[in-house]
Design a binder for this molecule. Structure first.
Ligand SMILES: Nc1ncnc2c1ncn2[C@@H]1O[C@H](COP(=O)(O)OP(=O)(O)O)[C@@H](O)[C@H]1O
Ligand SMILES: [Mg+2]
Length: 243
């Protein structure tokens, strides 16, 4: 069966460092794939390559069987299909949560606020923020702001969502509410790729875990296998540090 998203031999260099050094990865429709690995192993760069925020130096990226990495291709439609959420929420402080969420659909699709309101109200309610739509970011907790950032990405109706360490900046007691959003999305069949340090979460929910080491996927497999019986010495060493 054709993968939803496929990477073949993806390379990305910064200066003379191969930050992604020949990445092969298949993400099936509705799958949750977790990227784990030490800081600097290339997780963020790989995610940024996937939705064309970084041009790749070699290899190819395929979405639903079409090559999206061809030079000169318009990245905008691809970025609408592949949403990304970062560790820092990057909400505009002078706009309410609802205004932040409506900004891109208004600009990109030309939708009016009135046309968008019902759809985004449903999203805010689904993620427990129905009463926070008209609050400003500084009136919201970190966990609430991160959930607004996720809603902002979902408002573009993406087919794939990428998450880069989205709980890393949160106080520990706020991590759970953001992970619950990911649980909900997975249940609804969203295709997702996450860079994460939440090993318990990856173990519980990932379909596939990839261990990155110096720009390569050194080992990948179902979490039951990778976490309990890693093949590579470097995977073992990493897991013994973080588990
Ligand atoms: N824009 C950039 N310019 C130069 N080097 C970069 C850039 N982005 C990342 N790097 C380098 O690439 C390597 C991998 O970084 P990154 O993808 O952020 O890894 P991770 O997310 O696993 O911590 C690091 O050595 C980092 O310093
Ligand atoms: Mg990173």
């Amino acid at each position: 069966m054709m993968a939803k998203l496929s990477l073949r031999g993806v390379r990305k260099r910064f200066g003379d460092v191969d930050v992604c050094n020949g990445i092969d990865l298949d993400v099936a429709d509705g799958e949750m794939v977790c990227l784990i690995g030490a800081s600097g192993s290339g997780k963020s760069t790989l995610l940024r390559c996937m939705n064309l925020l970084e041009p790749i130096d070699d290899g190819s990226i395929w979405l639903d069987g079409s090559d999206i990495s061809e030079p000169g291709l318009d990245a905008q439609p691809v970025r609408q299909k592949i949403g990304i959420v970062f560790q820092s929420y990057n909400l505009f402080p002078h706009m309410t949560a609802a205004e932040n969420v409506m900004l891109a659909p208004r600009r990109v699709h030309g939708h009016t606020r009135d046309a968008l309101r019902p759809k985004i109200t449903a999203l805010f309610e689904r993620f427990g923020l129905g009463d926070r739509m008209d609050h400003y970011p500084d009136q919201l907790s970190g966990g609430q702001q991160q959930r607004v950032a996720i809603i902002r990405a979902l408002a573009m109706a993406p087919e794939i969502m990428l998450f880069d360490e989205i709980t890393s900046a949160l106080d520990p007691e706020l991590v759970g509410e953001v992970l619950d959003v990911l649980r909900d999305l997975r249940q609804q069949g969203m295709t997702m790729v996450l860079a994460t340090h939440e090993m318990g979460f990856a173990r519980e929910l990932a379909d596939k875990v990839c261990f990155l080491d110096a720009g390569r996927i050194l080992e990948q497999g179902p979490p039951a296998k990778l976490f309990t019986a890693p093949r590579e010495a470097r995977t073992k060493a990493f897991l013994s540090r973080v588990l």
